[in-house]
Design a binder for this molecule. Structure first.
Ligand code: ATP
Ligand code: MG
Length: 397
């Protein structure tokens, strides 16, 4: 029979590793509570159209990476490649924008992307993300960046870089796209096939291409940051000031791009040199056009997505101390049928008192039971035999 294995690009989190995941999840909950963000949980799959519109059909994610299938009702369904689209869909479906604004939410979800698996890149991976709707104030941009930075610091990471940029608004971007196309127009044969299709639809994404020849061709291209309109410039300058007030170090990186019409103004990435090629732990930005794009009334929004696998890789690379597995408090060894029944009842009573306990139920030898207790790192062992049942007393080791 063919050996059954986890699908390429997916992996199991075994009990030993789950301790770290639980620690991270607890910290996600705590930091979000601290900042006033409530949790939202969405379905794993949605209509494909949501992602085509919400992520953008010129992106790599939508063009190459989605797990899409037709279900029995002949509907096109996609496993979510990211969280923001689903959150916006849910927010609109439940009219949450008619409540108190800004609306602030977080999620901790699995995502699915059909990309080439490698270190820090999986086909099923996990993302912690936050989204805030209803305010276009740059204090909110700073708050979101502060939340990500505080969380990563809490997880013990050092030497992270916060890179920020502004990609303007549809108004100034139209001017920029014109200038960019003028610059790249004579270099089309130097660009990869994907960038050639981007040239008409979404030239800004060429700046973001990872192909060396595209990077070289775009090296001297005009910078959007130099061309943003007054409103976008003011927003960006204000964000920088806010970050300074909060004591967050940042760098301006004019190469960060989220080249879609509904992404606006602030974009940012948090990177670590300890991560090799997949150096981005967290990516986010403002998307003032997205809610409208998905059928709501125009509402500004901003958020980030933070890859937990990359967070863990970084924690391991930096040898961050992580809490060790909580061990069993008491293991109840027992000899003979009477003692076995007694041990079962005693273990049950201990658990009812909130004390973690287990007992042998394999009729192992006492030596084997002690060995097992040792292996599972039980803090204490007790031994129940006829004597202990009679006197109602036992010693604890
Ligand atoms: P990259 O440039 O590395 O492909 P991205 O721009 O596609 O990243 P986003 O869509 O911004 O990534 O997702 C936010 C975060 O999710 C990333 O910064 C990263 O930490 C994580 N991430 C994205 N794709 C994967 C993946 N395939 N496996 C593991 N983590 C991922
Ligand atoms: Mg990607």
């Amino acid at each position: 029979m063919e050996k059954l294995q986890a699908i390429k690009g997916t992996y199991d989190i075994l009990p030993e590793d789950a301790v770290l995941w639980q620690y991270i999840e607890q910290n996600i909950r705590e930091i979000c509570e601290l900042y006033g963000y409530g949790e939202i949980r969405m379905p794993v799959f949605e209509n494909t159209a949501l992602f085509a519109r919400g992520v953008g059909d010129t992106t790599d994610v939508v063009q190459k990476e989605m797990y899409t299938f037709t279900d029995k009702g002949n509907r096109s369904i996609t496993l979510r490649p990211e969280g923001t689209s689903g959150v916006v869909r849910s927010v609109l479906e439940h009219s949450l924008l008619s409540g108190a604004l800004p609306l602030k939410m977080y999620y901790n979800i699995t995502c699915y992307r059909n990309e080439k698996p490698q270190a820090g890149r999986y086909r099923e991976f996990r993302q912690f993300g936050v989204e805030a709707f209803g305010s276009s104030d740059n204090a909110l941009d700073a708050e979101i960046i502060s939340l990500a930075v505080s969380f990563l610091k809490r997880m013990g990471l050092k030497g992270l870089k916060v890179n920020i940029n502004s990609i303007g608004c549809p108004k100034c971007r139209a001017e920029y796209n014109k200038a960019l196309k003028e610059y790249l127009g004579g270099k089309l044969n130097e660009l990869c096939p994907t960038c050639n299709t981007r040239f008409e639809k979404n030239p800004m994404r060429i700046i973001d291409c990872k192909e060396e020849k595209c990077k070289a061709a775009a090296a001297g291209a005009p910078r959007l940051l130099d061309m943003v309109c007054d409103e976008c410039r003011e927003h960006f300058e204000g964000l920088k000031k806010n970050l300074e007030i909060m004591g967050i170090d940042y760098q301006v990186d004019s190469n960060i791009v989220r080249g879609l019409d509904y992404y606006t103004k602030t974009v940012f990435e948090i990177t670590s040199d300890d991560l090799g090629a997949q150096s981005t732990v967290c990516g986010g930005g403002r998307y003032d056009g997205l809610v409208e794009q998905l059928g709501g009334s125009p509402t500004p929004g901003i958020g980030f997505g933070l890859g937990i696998e990359r967070l863990i890789l970084c924690m391991k690379a930096q040898n961050v101390d992580i809490p060790s597995k909580k061990t069993q408090k008491i293991f109840v060894c027992n000899m003979g049928d009477n003692a076995k029944t007694f041990a079962m009842k005693l273990t049950d009573d201990l658990r009812k008192l909130g004390i973690s306990a287990s007992c042998d139920n394999m009729k192992k030898s006492l030596k084997a039971q002690m060995k097992y207790a040792d292996k599972i790192k039980s803090e204490y062992t007790v031994i129940i035999g006829d004597n202990e049942i009679e006197t109602g007393e036992c010693s604890i080791k």
